[in-house]
Design a protein. Structure first.
Length: 119
């Protein structure tokens, strides 16, 4: 058992697959439709996932992209694993960003009812 450095509470055993590195870095959450969702702080990161601090009002979907640079040249496809009031944990996905975006566009296309005509 360890103690959370910022909150002073006892944490359970670390069951992570890969060692995490503490970090404080600003990144951007991006929807799979390429629309920015908001800014976040990367609190720790590993080869398999990331822990982020977010605004509690930021809506984070189950699948999203984490843009680690402002030009989005370094980004990772993510799957939301857990969330509390101001933090979330995500697992990096072994897919290309374009694959995630294509899946989202296909889902949107399937849900589309059709054009609305106005007389």
């Amino acid at each position: 058992m360890t103690t959370h450095p910022a909150r002073g509470r006892t944490l359970g055993p670390n069951r992570r697959k890969a060692a995490r590195r503490d970090l404080t870095y600003v990144a951007t959450l991006v929807g799979v439709d390429a629309v920015p969702l908001g800014r976040c702080s990367v609190l720790d990161i590993s080869t398999t996932g990331v822990r982020l601090a977010t605004d509690p009002e930021t809506i984070v979907p189950e699948e999203f992209v984490l843009a680690l640079t402002s030009t989005r040249t370094v980004q990772r496809a993510c799957r939301l694993v857990w969330r509390n009031e101001d933090e979330l944990g995500a697992e990096f996905q072994p897919v290309e960003i374009d694959d995630v975006t294509t899946r989202a566009k296909d889902t949107i296309r399937r849900r589309r009812i059709g054009p609305i005509e106005i007389d």
